[in-house]
Design a protein around this ligand. Structure first.
Ligand code: URA
Length: 243
């Protein structure tokens, strides 16, 4: 009775989300997987990363993708070539979250495959990880016209899917690339100068903010700071492995 009372005023969408949340919380497993060489960023011995606790991440991701369908929930669908959902391991220990697809991503339907993507690949190399073992996605899944910053209603609508992707994977660390992703997940308008340099928490998952690779292409002098952020990610993953 009490529960009915609490839920009475809720919208069907909220109830659907709650149902999904309870279902996914009930489903968890644990697996081990060997991480490839690790150590370029910090000089560390190779470690074995436990992957995220979700055994059913692939299924959950597939159902989120299916629910998105031929999404027309916001104006961004009007100019898109492909919806870029995200890609990588459903049990990734680390998820990178960018802003939204650019020209190349829109054409190929894959995240971070253009110039910024090449730099992200180097960042992943620096961590001595493989792209296929991580998960990469964006706040908005359709390319904003002329690569403009997504508007708040667009991020609000699309980030419900991002949240569900992250909950499906439950990575050990989230790394936001640029202000849009950081602000969306942390619910703040704070600038990067404030957001960087500390470990935030997103629903109990450590979250590290770093610069967007596209920004780094224009401002290479920030690369050393980015390396510090990557070191922090390594530290968190190593500490979790050791603990
Ligand atoms: N920039 C982003 O934020 N995401 C991509 O997928 C590509 C470029």
């Amino acid at each position: 009775m009490e529960h009915h009372h609490i839920l009475r005023g809720e919208t069907p969408a909220t109830l659907r989300r709650l149902k999904w949340l309870f279902t996914s919380l009930g489903l968890s497993g644990a697996r081990e997987f060997p991480c490839n060489r690790w150590g370029a960023v910090p000089s560390a011995v190779p470690i074995t990363l436990r992957d995220s606790r979700r055994a059913d991440g692939a299924q959950l991701l597939a159902s989120i993708r299916e629910e998105m369908g031929d999404c027309k929930r916001c104006r961004l669908h009007e100019g898109r070539g492909h919806l870029v959902f995200g890609e990588g391991s459903p049990s990734a220990p680390l998820v990178f979250v960018g802003e939204g697809p650019g020209f190349d991503e829109d054409r190929q339907g894959r995240p971070f495959v253009g110039r910024a993507g090449k730099l992200l690949d180097k960042m992943i190399d620096a961590l001595q990880l493989a792209r296929k073992d991580l998960y990469i996605c964006n706040v908005v899944k359709c390319r904003p016209p002329g690569n403009r910053t997504p508007q708040s209603d667009e991020t609000e609508i699309c980030s419900t899917f991002l949240v569900r992707q992250l909950m499906a994977i439950r990575p050990r660390v989230i790394c936001t690339l640029g202000a849009c992703a950081a602000r969306t997940l942390l619910g703040t308008l704070a600038p990067m100068t404030v957001l960087r340099g500390k470990v935030h928490q997103w629903r109990g998952i450590p979250l590290v903010c770093t610069f967007h690779p596209a920004y780094l292409l224009r401002n290479p002098s920030q690369k050393p700071s980015t390396l510090k952020d990557l070191r922090e990610i390594h530290r968190i993953l190593s500490a979790q492995e050791g603990g």
